[in-house]
Write a protein that binds this ligand. Structure first.
Ligand code: NAD
Length: 495
């Protein structure tokens, strides 16, 4: 396969300027919204087929998640796409400095399988809002959703500017040879390095939305263990734990662990009515290969499986499983779990938790359950992670103003809301001047031959000082100061 024609076609559409007018961007966002609204049932079916995803989760975390993003983009697109004036200095008082947002060009969005609709369309929407052409490459591991996207996107959206490429590693490898203007990748850290290396060959900027082991610290001060356990478990059992920001492992004291285990046991029993395998509220592991990986982890753990542990690889089922007595050497601590296994490591205090977290790669998310502000601040200020969430899991993603992304090996760059628009925008600095007499006279000192008599004048002129931010005041000041400096300069500083 060769994607040269596909990408050069998109580049031509971009060059023609098709995607720049606000009308086109708004039209495409509305078309995407219509596509989601009119095909809700088919999307639910596709995700059921790929992951046994319950309709409620598909509506909440895939369809409505993207539709809400679109609402926000439509609400703000005019404001975000407009040029933004910046504060002037004395040197630029007579000029017009501003920031002009411009699209990069043709962007490639590579999605992952766990939220296969969201992870392809949620980056595409801000890319379109920012005025780019785009190619999405949904994950081949969730084939029903990939196929549906391949059918629906060309039907609803502008084919000259937006394409879907279906396929796996060979197709992505070929696509990556093309000179994209931006690459947005979601997936594992290992593949993230391959993407970054391919992008560097064309000096293409990229965002890497990766994963990692996100810890959940449960402090002894956390008295409302039932609510804490509900929120922790929701993050670990939704999508059968196949969420990049799922709490990967728990850090708590032996005393807190002893109180937590019976609470978790009861909750799981209540939520899945005593039979997880038959529950319509529980996902499957995406493929038997992925279930096999989790089985390996489970079979070789040196910890104690105190809850769950039942696995049926052929049917891609793994019961929510809690393991105690876990050490850093355990099989569950060697890589991101990305499944419904929850190891608990005992620590003696917050300081030990901080040391342990800091001895590992920077996680994508970090969770703290605590009723002690001192402990919360200590953890926040002495660790580094993509995000930091207190007494909750996953919901940080629903706060549009919060950038979502990793740090270090959990990724680079961020999106959601305005941050998504920013990701797909080059903020071009523009300085507009005129060729009039006054401006030229004021700035003449910069030309050789230099004159030592000008030094004090230059120091005063270029000094970094606070300027009034009102446009009218700026205008008055520019007239007054410009004229004053012009007179002074002509009188004392002529070469
Ligand atoms: P995956 O297998 O679906 O791969 C992701 C994408 O990379 C797919 O489109 C796939 O075709 C492509 N790909 C895979 N191997 C490749 C290669 N060698 N060369 C080029 N392209 C390749 O998903 P995955 O990697 O199994 O996803 C799970 C990981 O993704 C976890 O680590 C998880 O934490 C992370 N993740 C992160 C986010 C986030 O937003 N930060 C979201 C979801 C998943």
């Amino acid at each position: 396969m060769d994607y040269t024609d596909l990408v050069s076609g998109l580049k031509n559409s971009f060059k023609k300027g098709t995607t720049k007018p606000l009308a086109w961007r708004i039209g495409q966002l509305k078309a995407m919204d219509r596509m989601l609204a009119e095909n809700e049932d088919r999307i639910i079916d596709a995700l059921k087929s790929d992951l046994n995803k319950p309709a409620q989760d598909t509506i909440m975390a895939e369809i409505e998640f993207i539709r809400n993003d679109i609402i926000s983009l439509l609400r703000n697109i005019k404001k975000w796409s407009a040029s933004q004036p910046v504060t002037k200095s004395l040197v630029t008082l007579l000029d017009k400095p501003y920031i002009h947002p411009e699209p990069f060009g043709v962007v490639l969005v590579i999605g992952a399988w766990n939220f296969p609709l969201q992870l392809s369309l949620a980056p595409l929407a801000p890319a379109i809002a920012a005025g780019n052409c785009g190619v999405i490459k949904p994950s081949e591991i969730s084939p029903a959703t990939a196929e549906l996207l391949g059918e629906l996107v060309p039907k609803y959206m502008d084919n000259e500017c937006i394409k879907v490429v279906e396929g796996g590693v060979p197709e992505t490898t070929e696509l990556l040879k093309q000179p994209f203007d931006y690459i947005f990748y979601t997936g594992s850290t290992v593949v993230g390095k391959i993407i970054a290396s391919a992008a560097s060959k064309n000096l293409t900027p990229c965002t890497l939305e990766l994963g990692g082991k996100s810890p959940a610290v449960i402090d002894d001060s956390c008295r409302n263990l039932e609510t804490a356990a509900k929120r922790l478990l929701w993050g670990k059992t939704m999508n059968a734990g196949q969420i990049c920001v799922a709490p990967d492992y728990v850090l708590c004291t032996k005393e807190t662990e002893a109180k937590l285990i019976p609470v978790i046991k009861k909750l799981l029993n209540d939520w899945f009515t005593g039979n997880v395998e038959e529950s319509a509220c529980y996902c499957r592991i995406v493929t038997t290969r992925h279930a096999e990986r989790l089985n390996g982890m489970l079979q070789s753990t040196a910890g104690n499986i105190v809850i769950g542990g039942k696995i049926d690889v052929d049917n891609k089922f793994l019961e929510p499983t809690v393991i105690t007595g876990v050490t850093l050497q355990d099989s569950t601590m060697q890589e991101e779990i990305f499944g419904p296994i929850l190891p608990i490591i005992n620590i003696k205090d917050i300081d030990e938790a901080i040391d342990l977290i800091n001895s590992r790669d920077k996680p994508l998310a970090m969770y703290v359950f605590s009723e002690n502000q001192k402990s919360i601040r200590k953890l926040r200020d002495n660790t580094s992670s993509g995000g930091f969430t207190v007494n909750e899991t996953i919901l940080q993603l629903s706060v549009e103003e919060l950038p979502f992304g990793g740090v270090g090996s959990s990724g680079m760059g961020a999106y959601h809301g305005k941050h998504g628009f920013d990701t797909f925008t080059h903020y071009k600095p523009v300085l507009e001047k005129n060729l009039g007499w006054l401006g030229e006279k004021l700035a003449e000192f910069r030309y050789p031959p230099y004159n030592p008599r000008n030094i004090n004048f230059i120091k005063a002129l270029i000094k970094n000082r606070e300027m009034p931010s009102f446009a009218f005041l700026n205008y008055l000041l520019s007239l007054a100061v410009g004229t004053g400096l012009g007179i002074l300069y002509t009188k004392y500083a002529t070469v």
